[in-house]
Design a protein around this ligand. Structure first.
Ligand code: ZN
Ligand code: ZN
Length: 410
C-alpha cells in the first residue's frame, strides 16, 4: 500500500481541520473512498476526537435522484437534515469534506432541480453556513483521485496511467512524498502565507500595478480598510485550520470602481464545459469595457458570463500565487476549482469576499458603498506568468515590489 495515503489522512486531520481533544469530528465522504475514510477516522481518534459523525455520499445515487425522483422533493427538505448540521455547528464540531467526483458526473441532469434543492435547503442550514463562512468552526475541503476524473484530465492516456498521473499530481500539490513529514511542511507553508498576508495588509496599498510581456498592464485600487486573506484561518477559540487543501493563494478584494487597464489570461477558462484557451479584458473605472478572445464565439460566451448581472462585469478578487508553486509548475488543468484556482495569480469577476475591516457585518448596500462588489457569480481567471511584475503603491507614494519575475519579491 502507498504510505502516502496515510500521510494524507494525517495531514487533513492535523493541518486541514486540526481536530482538538474532546471535539466532535464530522466527516463527509463518498462511499468510493471508504478506505480513506477509515484512515481519517483512526487519525481523528488518535488526535483525541470525542466522536466521529459519518456522512456518506455517492455521486451515482445523487445522479439517480436528480434524474428520477418525484419533482416536488426538490422544493422541500426534512427539518432533521438541517437540524443535524445546525446542531453540530452549534456544538463546535470540526467538518471535513472529501470530494472525489466525476467532473462530468452530473451532465444530463436537469440543473434547475439542483438549484431548486439548494434554494429550499439553503435557508434551513443558515446557522451552519454562517458559522462556517465566518470561521467560527473548523472546516476543510480536500480531494481524492478517481478514474473518471483522471480520464477527463488525461484523455489521451491509458486509464491506469491517467490515474497514476492524477494521483502523483495530487500528492505533489499536497507536498507529500514517501520520505517527508507533510504536517511539518504545511506548518512552514502556512507560516509563510500568513507572514506575507500580514505584511501586505500592513503596507495598506492604495493600488497594485500588474505588468508582463503578454500585454497585462493593469492598475487595481484597493478599498479603504482592506486586508489580505489566505493561508490558515483561526477560530475565535484560537484553533487554526486550512479550509482548502491545497492552498497557495493570498487574496483581497479590488475596489469596485478602481480597476483600469488590460488583463491577459494565461490559462484556459471553462464556461459550461467549453474551454476558452485565451482572452483579455479591458477595464475602465472597474467595469469590463472590452473582451478579446481567440474566436468570436468565445468572445460572445465571455460577454454573456459578465452580463449575468450588473456586478458580473466588475472584479471581486485579486489573488497572488507564485509562478514556482507546485500547481502552477505542473501546468495541467484539473477541472477542479480546489486545484485550478491555486494555479496562478488570478482575478475573479463577480462577488467579492468581505475582506475589509467590519466587512462581514455589513449589509449589501454598505458593502457596495465600501467598495466591495456583489454578484451572483464569482469566476476566477488566471493572469500569472513567468515574468509577471506587481508593484504596490502606498498611500504616502512609495513603490513596493510585490512580485518580481512571477514570484514574491519578499
Ligand atoms: Zn482565489
Ligand atoms: Zn476566487
Amino acid at each position: 500500500m502507498d504510505l502516502r495515503l496515510e500521510k494524507y489522512a494525517k495531514l487533513l486531520i492535523n493541518i486541514g481541520i486540526n481536530v482538538q481533544p474532546g471535539q466532535t469530528f464530522v466527516l463527509n465522504c463518498p462511499v468510493d473512498c471508504a478506505e480513506f475514510a477509515r484512515m481519517l477516522v483512526r487519525e481523528a481518534y488518535a488526535a483525541g476526537a470525542r466522536e466521529v459523525v459519518m456522512r456518506w455520499s455517492d455521486q451515482t445515487i445523487s445522479r439517480e435522484t436528480y434524474l428520477h425522483a418525484a419533482d416536488e422533493i426538490f422544493d422541500t427538505f426534512r427539518p432533521w437534515q438541517a437540524d443535524q448540521l445546525n446542531t453540530l455547528a452549534r456544538e463546535g464540531a470540526a467538518f471535513l469534506s472529501v470530494d472525489s467526483s466525476d467532473p462530468d458526473g452530473m451532465t444530463g441532469v436537469d440543473h434547475s432541480r439542483m438549484t431548486r434543492q439548494s434554494r429550499a435547503f439553503g435557508p434551513a442550514i443558515r446557522e451552519y453556513r454562517e458559522k462556517q463562512m465566518s470561521d467560527q468552526v473548523q472546516w476543510c475541503v480536500a480531494a481524492l483521485p478517481n478514474r473518471a476524473w483522471a480520464r477527463k484530465m488525461f484523455p489521451g492516456l491509458p486509464e491506469d496511467e491517467a490515474l497514476s498521473r492524477l494521483t502523483e499530481a495530487i500528492y505533489a500539490t499536497m507536498r507529500i512524498t514517501a520520505e517527508n513529514d507533510p504536517v511539518e511542511k504545511w506548518r512552514r507553508h502556512n507560516d509563510a502565507l500568513n507572514t506575507r498576508k500580514r505584511l501586505l495588509t500592513e503596507y495598506d496599498f492604495r493600488s497594485i500595478h500588474y505588468i508582463n510581456s503578454l500585454g497585462t498592464d493593469l492598475t487595481v485600487e484597493l478599498p479603504e480598510g482592506h486586508y489580505w486573506e489566505g493561508g490558515s484561518a483561526v477560530t475565535p477559540g484560537g484553533v487554526s485550520f486550512s479550509a482548502n487543501m491545497p492552498t497557495e493563494e493570498i487574496f483581497t478584494a479590488p475596489k469596485r470602481d478602481g480597476v483600469n487597464g488590460r488583463a491577459v489570461s494565461t490559462k484556459p477558462f471553462i464556461i459550461a464545459g467549453e474551454m476558452i484557451p485565451g482572452f483579455a479584458f479591458t477595464f475602465e473605472k472597474g467595469r469590463i469595457v472590452k473582451v478579446e478572445a481567440d474566436s468570436a464565439r468565445h468572445r460572445e460566451l465571455l460577454e454573456a458570463e459578465i452580463s449575468i448581472d450588473e456586478g458580473a462585469a466588475y472584479l471581486g478578487e485579486a489573488a497572488l500565487v507564485p509562478y514556482d508553486s507546485p500547481i502552477s509548475r505542473m501546468d495541467v488543468l484539473f477541472y477542479h476549482t480546489l486545484f485550478d484556482e491555486n494555479a496562478s495569480c488570478h482575478l475573479a469577476f463577480g462577488a467579492s469576499y468581505p475582506t475589509i475591516r467590519g466587512g462581514s457585518g455589513m449589509n449589501g448596500e454598505e458593502r457596495l458603498r465600501a467598495g466591495l462588489n456583489s454578484s451572483i457569480t464569482h469566476e476566477d481567471f488566471m493572469i500569472g506568468s513567468r515574468d509577471l511584475s506587481i508593484i504596490g503603491l502606498t498611500k504616502d507614494g512609495r513603490e513596493i515590489e510585490i512580485f518580481k519575475e512571477g514570484n514574491f519579491a519578499f
